[in-house]
Design a protein around this ligand. Structure first.
Ligand SMILES: Nc1ncnc2c1ncn2[C@@H]1O[C@H](COP(=O)(O)OP(=O)(O)OP(=O)(O)O)[C@@H](O)[C@H]1O
Length: 231
């Protein structure tokens, strides 16, 4: 079953502080995601892999193209959906794991992880239990669960970020280098989480620079190439 179908995407950055320099990054980009399958984005540095993920998530507006997402059983074009519908899709259907945890001052790690579950209507106790279990699984020591992650190590912060993403059962999950700052043991835990997500029917789209991770989870690859200057 197709759960995301993007076509003809164009994205040009306009650098207003650099005399309006235009930087075309995506032209005619598209892809199809299916339930239970994983697509890996590949291509050289600067080809636009992260830009494509952010465009699909709605962080970057595309100037042309469609991003149709299966939400509540219906395909909806996120590229021209009203903001409140995009927020609803991002709450229920489309998850995104960035490379770094966004700083959330004073919020305990357990609450950072539980937040998306609460947003989806989970009961407080169930959300806290699920958050704790996910932090345990990712090897975050129990005394740290009650502390804000700002002082955590880079790898710990990324594991909190991953616990937050995998605590919810997203139908579609976009992952930007989810294992970049992890050691081999934690990398294997994340591979396990991605495989479990696929097994319950989630569609994954990821940037995995680590070949071992890519081989372990990806069913197909989509290669992006940098655009030519003149075009
Ligand atoms: N917010 C932005 N403003 C201006 N230019 C941007 C912005 N984000 C990305 N770019 C430019 O778009 C191009 C693609 O960047 P992107 O991060 O998508 O590449 P990538 O393929 O993910 O690279 P890498 O593998 O190195 O992470 C780069 O030339 C980058 O400088």
């Amino acid at each position: 079953m197709i759960v995301l179908d993007a076509a003809g995407l164009e994205k040009t950055f306009v650098l207003h502080l650099q005399n309006g320099t235009r930087l075309p990054v995506l032209r005619g980009a598209g892809l199809t995601l299916r339930a239970g399958r994983c697509v890996a984005l590949t291509g050289p540095s600067g080809a636009g892999k992260s830009t494509l993920l952010r465009a699909l998530y709605g962080n970057y507006l595309v100037s042309v193209g469609s991003i149709r997402v299966r939400h509540r059983g219906v395909m909806i074009d996120m590229a021209d959906a009203p903001p409140e519908r995009v927020i609803e899709i991002r709450r229920e259907t489309l998850g995104y794991v960035s490379q770094f945890l966004r700083a959330m001052p004073r919020l305990a790690a357990r609450d950072v992880v539980a937040a998306p579950l609460l947003d989806r209507g989970a009961a407080a106790e169930a959300a806290a239990a699920r958050a704790g279990a996910m932090l345990d699984r990712l090897g975050i020591p129990t005394p740290l669960h009650a502390l804000p992650p700002v002082t955590f190590s880079g790898g710990e912060q990324q594991r909190v970020n991953l616990a937050r993403a995998f605590a919810c059962e997203w139908p579609i999950l976009l992952l930007d280098e989810p294992t970049a700052s992890l050691d081999a043991a934690n990398r294997d835990i994340v591979i396990g989480l991605m495989r479990e997500a696929k097994a319950r029917g989630a569609a994954l789209l990821g940037i995995f620079h680590d070949r071992h991770v890519r081989d372990a989870v990806a069913d197909e690859t989509l290669s992006l190439e940098p655009l030519k200057e003149s075009a």
